[in-house]
Write a protein that binds this ligand. Structure first.
Ligand SMILES: [Zn+2]
Length: 124
């Protein structure tokens, strides 16, 4: 059975047993289950971002405080284990209670993701 929760340790998962996934657009590594998508309406650094409950095959960069639309968050950039491409960031700490739900979640840049069936991502 596929694991739906990842911890801080890097782990490479080749497949999610037929569950639809998002893959790295550069090297096609499995990055996240489509079921783990929380919202498509986030802003990434380079465009639209997807907020995800969990993600895999990512390594964490250095923690830093970053000014985002909703305040200063402590985040770590995340990089694809397969190709080192920056995929987005991980929310370590939110500025206040209204943003707390993001802690422990991933923001993935839409431009860096493809669906495993190679269909184009939905617009808006
Ligand atoms: Zn990659």
């Amino acid at each position: 059975m596929a694991q739906t929760k990842t911890d801080a340790k890097a782990q490479v998962i080749a497949t999610y047993d037929g569950h639809p996934t998002f893959q790295c657009s550069t090297c096609a590594a499995t990055i996240a289950l489509q079921d783990e998508l929380i919202s498509k309406s986030f802003a990434g650094r380079d465009g639209r971002g997807y907020l995800m409950h969990s993600a895999t095959n990512l390594k964490m960069g250095k923690k830093e405080d970053r000014s985002l639309l909703t305040g200063t968050h402590t985040v770590s950039d995340v990089f694809c284990l397969g190709c080192n491409e920056r995929m987005g960031w991980y929310y370590v700490k939110a500025p206040d209670n209204t943003q707390k739900y993001k802690e422990g979640k991933y923001l993935l840049e839409r431009e860096r993701l493809i669906k495993d069936n190679a269909w184009k991502l939905d617009d808006e």
